[in-house]
Design a protein around this ligand. Structure first.
Ligand SMILES: C[S@@+](CC[C@H](N)C(=O)[O-])C[C@H]1O[C@@H](n2cnc3c(N)ncnc32)[C@H](O)[C@@H]1O
Length: 509
């Protein structure tokens, strides 16, 4: 499917009541047709502050003309708007109930606003995490396809139940699953074993077992860890303090209610504190030794976008302009903001200059490519994890004695074009639809990035001074899970074979 058209479609869907009311695939296709005519005129413009190039020609002979992608043949000249519109940040937009218009912002602010704005952000309003209900009885399932089938059945049942509570089905519900939920309680139990073993080896009985979990979703991992430690090691359970740091008010509420659903979970209530706050607003210092868990949180941390001048290899940073019609335009600035500039500096030092770039290292190859008709003068995009770097700053400043336990995707399919680029996707009528740009109607799309664990580990070490170890999800589970719990009758093991694209990083000192 042509993704820009789909993007346009969704903007149409959310703008025009006519499309919104027809909730079926006919509406989808008619909206796509309707969207097609406008798409021609809505190519994103790439321009500099000083001059916009149109029709593939350079606007001026100044060096700034190099900031223009020469392949954007139909771009609008938005230079005047770019000069006039104020720059805003995601923080400043938090109190706004409406999506902003006539403003510009860094790409990382656009992504953060799209995902986390309290009023229209994806995590605040749209996201629903699938819960399969009763844990799967893996040992009773014939083989992996049988698990897949049973999972699909429960998935449909889960969504049918949600729809039954509404006057009409919710076609734009954003539903996804995580290993915590699919393999509960076994996934949480393997993390609990890792925590207990390391706690008993290193700090018990001199210190409490303090666990922070950032981004706890439905709170399932917390319950599984606490249940397990209470059952297996009451003396360790006595010493546990479990604190959740959760940005989403809706998910923090679900986590709270999970704690009250049964007598068993209510028993944990005095061990748990749920703090409804973004980690980036954290201000309290935790001087004690503690574990810091972050599972599938880094993938939604906002990134900046960089393109490189193909002659000088200088980086330029992407800005997003939103006009009065809610149309998006990308601009590139030759002066980086301090956060992006620091990321590039720290990465260079931390990795000894060994990292990938989105252009050929050979000047000759770049020159030859530049001779082709309509050759771009800026490189492909690279997405840099600036928020992840700032998270390491938070760890270093407020959690000096932490030990990180994190898992995320090292690769993702269907990503948009570019290096380290995200998958941008939405669900419509229970189908996942990927699109080709993160510049889409804010709040309706998940924007998730792969993590380059090699670079991340180097940055983490450079900023926090800690040593760490990276392994695949499968390797971690082989070591800490009781794999027989999740083995199906054929001998296959979905806990090991699913999530092949995920890795785990743990602090080792
Ligand atoms: C993909 S979900 C993962 C949920 C859970 N860890 C799991 O594996 O099932 C990401 C979680 O991180 C939370 N989150 C994202 N950014 C955050 C931030 N800056 N501070 C705290 N929580 C955050 C989201 O609200 C959500 O609960």
């Amino acid at each position: 499917m042509d993704s820009p058209i789909v993007t346009q479609l969704f903007r149409q869907l959310f703008r025009h009541p006519a499309c919104r009311s027809r909730q079926n695939l006919v509406a989808l296709s008619s909206c796509i047709q309707h969207g097609r005519s406008r798409v021609q005129q809505q190519r994103r413009s790439m321009a500099s502050r000083q001059g916009v190039t149109r029709g593939g020609k350079q606007a001026s002979k100044t060096s700034e003309s190099n900031w223009q992608q020469r392949t954007e043949l139909f771009s609008f000249d938005m230079t005047e708007e770019y000069k006039a519109y104020p720059t805003v940040t995601a923080n400043e937009l938090r109190s706004r109930r409406e999506r902003p218009k006539k403003v510009k912002m860094l790409m990382r602010d656009f992504i953060e606003d799209s995902l986390y704005n309290p009023h229209y952000g994806y995590f605040s309003k749209q996201a629903v995490i699938f819960s399969p209900g009763e844990p799967f009885n893996f040992n009773a399932l014939r083989d992996e396809p049988a698990f897949q089938e049973e999972n699909s059945r429960r998935w449909t049942e889960f969504e049918d139940k949600l729809d039954a509570k509404l006057p009409e089905p919710n076609d734009t519900r954003q539903l996804w699953h995580t290993p915590t939920e699919l393999f509960r309680p076994y996934y949480g139990q393997s993390i609990a074993r890792y925590l207990m073993a390391n706690y008993i080896m290193k700090t018990y009985p001199y210190h409490d077992l303090i666990v922070y979990e950032m981004g706890a979703g439905r709170g399932t991992l917390m319950l599984n860890i606490l249940d397990y430690i209470r059952a297996e090691e009451p003396s360790v359970y006595d010493r546990i303090k479990y604190k959740i740091i959760e940005i989403s008010p809706a998910l923090a509420e679900i986590q709270n209610s999970q704690l009250l659903t049964s007598a068993a979970s209510r028993g944990h209530a005095d061990k748990v504190e749920i703090i409804n706050r973004s980690i980036f607003d954290w201000t309290e210092r935790e001087p004690s030794q503690c574990f810091f868990i972050a599972l599938e949180v880094f993938d939604n941390f906002a990134h900046d976008i960089i393109r490189y001048d193909l002659k000088t290899e200088e980086p330029l940073q992407g800005m997003v302009l939103i006009n009065e019609n809610n149309d998006f335009y990308e601009f590139y600035e030759p002066v980086l903001d301090p956060v992006a500039a620091r990321y590039l500096r720290v990465r260079h030092v931390a990795t000894n200059g060994r990292y990938e770039v989105p252009y050929s290292n050979s000047k000759v190859v770049r020159w030859a490519k530049g001779q082709l008709p309509f050759a771009p003068n800026l490189s492909d995009a690279e997405y840099i994890p600036t928020r992840l770097m700032q998270f390491f700053d938070v760890l270093e400043k407020y959690f000096p004695a932490h030990r990180l336990v994190t898992s995320d995707f090292h690769t993702l399919s269907d990503a948009v074009k570019g290096l380290n680029s995200p998958v941008v996707q939405t669900r419509y009528q229970r189908r996942m639809i990927p699109v080709t740009t993160p510049l889409v109607h804010q709040g309706y799309f998940d924007i998730l990035f792969p993590t380059n664990f090699r670079t991340m580990e180097a940055m983490y070490g450079a900023i926090t001074g800690k040593l760490s170890k990276v392994m695949t999800h499968e390797e971690f589970m082989q070591r800490w899970a009781f794999v027989e719990d999740t083995t199906v009758q054929s001998g296959e093991n979905p806990l090991l074979s699913w999530y092949k694209n995920a890795s785990v990083m743990i602090t080792t000192n």
